[in-house]
Design a protein around this ligand. Structure first.
Ligand code: ZN
Length: 265
């Protein structure tokens, strides 16, 4: 490696550290996390990962608090320790080679859906279908154990945002900003979905509209995950009327009863 290359890698890494600190500030200020919840990571060259440390508010970190690990989660640099939730980040990097940033948080509305066993899988908003395709619900697994990785593993290749039952949300993208903005979109969508449930009625998009959005998602964003909703995710108007829920997805909203205008819960 020549000096110029080494300098540019160091500059890139410094910029990525600043990105993580800024995103940590947003997670904290927007109440997407509480106390020392959540974690953020980026993939570095050479099989390394730069990540937030354990037991620290994501809104109060300095550059030197971040840790660098290898792809097995072993610490390579840093005065603090990596989070036990790093296993989830590393699994995503392993299964999705194009992903370079992962954000995990406990946003209140989306985590409320996750704690109620309800996926955010209804085709309610065109922008959300375009941005995320569908947000499935992974079954419960204890944080920091292979159990959690096992519940996430089948979903990671097909989706860019996942609700984790009784826990929170993980989002990922080509860079850490895209991963973070998906987290904002998930929480915003959860709030809007909640309003539709309070109002007692959801006017879902039809299959034809959803197909157009999924095609556009593939064409403009180069995204192939969840490009075909054969798993009934997102649930369309026709899917809600008679479709089968996808395995592992929240059954209550995957096939809701015909709306009679009354609140269902
Ligand atoms: Zn968590």
């Amino acid at each position: 490696m020549n000096m110029a290359t080494a300098d540019s890698i160091a500059a890139d890494e410094a910029a990525l550290r600043r990105d993580i600190l800024r995103i940590g500030g947003f997670l904290h200020q927007k109440s997407l996390v509480a106390a020392s919840d959540g974690n953020i990571s980026v993939r570095l060259p050479g099989g390394r990962v730069l990540a937030t440390p354990t037991s620290m508010s994501k809104g109060m970190m300095e550059g030197a608090d971040l840790v660098v690990t290898d792809m097995d989660g072993r610490k390579l640099e840093g005065r603090r320790n990596p989070s036990s939730e790093m296993a989830m980040h590393l699994l995503i990097y392993q299964l999705r080679p194009e992903v370079n940033g992962v954000v995990h948080a406990h946003p209140p509305a989306a985590t409320g859906f996750a704690a109620s066993g309800i996926a955010l899988n209804q085709a309610l908003l065109a922008e959300v279908v375009l941005a995320l395709g569908c947000v499935p619900l992974a079954e419960y697994g204890t944080t920091g154990t292979p159990e959690l990785s096992a519940t996430l593993r089948p979903l990671i290749p097909h989706y860019d945002a996942i609700l984790m039952a009784n826990h929170g949300v993980v989002t990922y993208g080509e860079d850490v900003w895209k991963a973070y903005f998906k987290m904002e979109t998930v929480e915003h969508f959860a709030r809007i979905a909640l309003v539709t449930h309070i109002l007692g009625k959801q006017n879902l998009l039809g299959q034809e509209e959803v197909n157009k959005l999924l095609e556009a998602r593939q064409r403009y964003e180069g995204i192939t995950t969840a490009a075909a909703n054969s798993a009934n995710c997102p649930v369309t108007r026709e899917g809600a009327a008679g479709g089968q829920p996808a395995p592992g997805l929240g059954p209550r909203l995957a096939a809701p009863p015909a709306s009679n205008g009354k609140r269902r819960w």
